[in-house]
Design a protein around this ligand. Structure first.
Ligand code: TTP
Ligand code: MG
Length: 358
């Protein structure tokens, strides 16, 4: 059984701006090109939910957004705060979110600047997956002061669609047995890839919602759209085998491993950890990088609480012994009482290195 989650940040750029400047809190915000007092020619990148109430949204001409703001003001509502796009900062936050998700799931696909797919099949349970996603949401909220919406399902298709149905700050779980019924009442446009053109053709065949789409045979859909038609046929039934692709360029090299049984046996943990470090070091040698400067560990306890620590070394190094020793020093406090006072059993450990060739 696969369990896949999709996480999408809420009004991402605008939320980050709101979080960065308390004076904007609660105000309608549009991030995008310069409105130039209504004469600007660019578009809105995104608007927060408050500004969406005025009809402002992504890709709307900024001049139209300006007018909607003036109209709102005339009606006694708050004027919209217009802000320029600060990609560098948003990218940095995107990396921070990626790192948070990565603590809880080994396989993560950054699908866009504010979207991530990750594999929770290892939990073998929707309940546990939901718990993990709650923790991820909480950690993002506490560290970045912004919210996100998460969907959980049997594949990327169900995960993505369910993440979108309860925005903002949603968490939706669609179990495999419920997935077809979940899809049926939705607009065919909810299926990723069905844009205005495909929609038009399908509307002409009487399919507005997914339930109606299922009345078309595979042969008919293939006739209209070729291979894409076959995809549509399966997607309408909640079937999607596409894999999660970890395509981010290497910023860190690391590995995690889950124990056969949760343990607090120092000898066992030490042995497994040393093997893990050796494997990470081998990948470092293969990577072509010359040195690394930061080392880190991850520990997941039996209740899925997950901790990470990293340490930046005094000097860049390429020494395997140093790597093992330094990460071991980070790991040990989680086994003894220093960082594990209740002596919880350990479920997973990980080691990584970053800051290459500085
Ligand atoms: P989205 O996830 O599509 O939108 P969002 O996060 O702003 O809002 P939602 O709560 O509905 O998810 O896009 C993520 C970011 O990408 C968005 O904050 C700004 C940027 N973006 C553009 O610059 N132009 C666009 O047309 C879209 C759709 C997004
Ligand atoms: Mg988003």
């Amino acid at each position: 059984m696969r369990i896949i989650a999709h996480l999408d940040m809420d009004a991402f750029f605008a939320s980050l701006e709101e979080a960065a400047s308390p004076i904007f809190k609660g105000k309608p915000i549009a991030v995008g090109s310069d409105p130039k007092n209504g004469l600007g020619r660019g578009v809105v990148s995104t608007a927060n939910y408050k500004a969406r109430e005025y009809g402002i949204h992504s890709a709307l001409p900024i001049s139209v957004a300006w007018r909607l703001s003036k109209k709102a003001k005339a009606e006694g509502k708050q004027e919209v705060v217009f802000l320029p796009v600060d990609f560098e900062r948003y990218n940095k936050s995107s990396d921070d979110i990626f790192e948070i998700v990565k603590k809880y799931a080994e396989v993560v696909e950054p699908a866009s600047i504010d979207e991530f797919y990750f594999d929770l099949s290892f939990t073998k349970s929707y309940k546990k997956s939901e718990e993990i996603c709650k923790k991820i949401k909480e950690e993002i909220k506490s560290k970045l002061k912004v919210t996100c919406s998460v969907g959980i399902g049997q594949n990327k298709l169900i995960a993505k669609i369910s993440a979108g149905v309860k925005k903002p700050d949603g968490l939706v779980v669609i179990k495999e047995k419920d997935s077809e019924k979940f899809l049926e009442p939705l607009s065919i446009r909810e299926i990723p890839g069905i844009g205005p053109k495909t929609e038009q053709v399908l509307n002409q065949r009487g399919a507005k919602i997914i339930k109606d789409l299922k009345k078309l045979t595979k042969a008919e859909l293939q006739e209209f759209f070729g291979k894409w038609g076959e995809d549509i046929y399966y997607k309408a039934r909640g079937i999607d085998n596409s894999p999660i692709v970890e395509n981010r360029e290497a910023k860190s090299i690391g590995e995690q491993t889950t124990f056969e049984r949760d343990t607090l046996n120092f000898i066992e943990i030490g042995e497994v950890f040393e093997d893990l470090c050796k494997s990470v070091f081998k990948r470092f040698l293969q990577s072509g990088f010359k040195t690394f400067k930061t080392v880190g560990v991850t520990v997941r306890f039996s209740d899925f609480e997950t901790k990470t620590t990293a340490k930046t070394l005094r000097n860049p190094t390429n020494n395997e012994k140093e790597f093992v020793l330094e990460t071991l020093k980070l790991l040990l406090p989680y086994a003894d009482r220093r960082k594990n006072p209740r002596q919880k059993l350990i479920r997973l450990i990980g080691a990584k290195m970053e800051k290459f060739d500085e």
